[in-house]
Design a protein around this ligand. Structure first.
Ligand SMILES: Nc1ncnc2c1ncn2[C@@H]1O[C@H](COP(=O)(O)OP(=O)(O)OP(=O)(O)O)[C@@H](O)[C@H]1O
Ligand SMILES: [Mg+2]
Length: 226
């Protein structure tokens, strides 16, 4: 197999159990090719967020193997996790913004930690924030934004680093139709530039008319939906 043929994301026999509870994920096999855009759907509680969280080591699988961009996550040491996370932009379901930081600062942090020059940070951060329609709110604190605006900051922060893999957890959950369309276009654009995207949503309208692959979780089990 040529190196380029390796999938961006691969789960093999992956299960996850929290404490003594039921399996949140049961024996998941999933491969996502580099550059693919896949929708992950399923009802509330079916395991979408858990699956995404396993991919950036926020949770560890109970069993099974996971690789991301040819890194075997099961054998990653704590010190190697930042290396993995540099490759992944995560849009969290609950945003995880720093409330008392401004829009600019929330997004800039993601670049400062990788040691980009301040003038480059400024340029890129502004560009991305304008791209999500918040150019006039650069200096507003996150806590002073609406839910939809916070969501767009979270999206800007996830993509500013130009990560090869984007994990989006209900990134349009708080947005109206117009904003949802804008986010979908942004995702298409990022995908066209080469990013692999795994997009979790329970909103059927987002994938009804798509030619993209849709995989569905039902009670922790994976099935192809389309
Ligand atoms: N940290 C945790 N501790 C215990 N149980 C958890 C934890 N995280 C998730 N679960 C359980 O795992 C199952 C899957 O949850 P998950 O959040 O992955 O679902 P989801 O598909 O993302 O749902 P939603 O559409 O509501 O976001 C649920 O039964 C949930 O209660
Ligand atoms: Mg979820």
């Amino acid at each position: 197999m040529r190196e380029g043929d390796a999938p961006a994301i691969r789960l093999k026999g992956v299960s996850k159990r929290f404490g003594l509870g039921n399996l949140a994920l049961a024996d998941i096999d999933l491969e996502i090719a580099k550059g693919e855009f896949v929708f992950l759907t399923g009802p509330s509680g079916s395991g979408k967020s858990t699956l995404l969280r396993l991919l950036f080591c926020a949770e560890r699988p109970t069993s099974g193997e996971i690789s991301v961009d040819e890194m075997n996550i099961g054998t990653l040491s704590g010190a190697q996790i930042p290396l993995l996370r540099r490759k992944i932009g995560v849009i969290f379901q609950d945003f995880k913004l720093l409330n008392n930081y401004t829009v600019f600062e929330n997004v800039a942090l993601a670049l400062e930690v990788i040691g980009l020059r301040p003038d480059q940070v400024k340029k890129r951060v502004k560009q991305v924030i304008e791209g999500v329609g918040l150019g006039t709110k650069l200096n507003r604190k996150a806590v002073q934004l609406s839910g939809g605006e916070q969501q767009r900051v979270a999206i800007a922060r996830a993509v500013v680093n130009r990560p090869p893999i984007i994990l989006a957890d209900e990134p349009t959950g708080n947005l109206d139709n117009k904003r949802t369309e804008e986010v979908m276009l942004l995702m298409e654009e990022l995908n066209a530039r080469g990013a692999t995207i795994l997009f979790a949503t329970h909103d059927e309208r987002l994938y009804q008319n798509t030619h993209r692959r849709v995989v569905r979780l039902e009670d922790g089990k994976l099935e192809a939906a389309q």
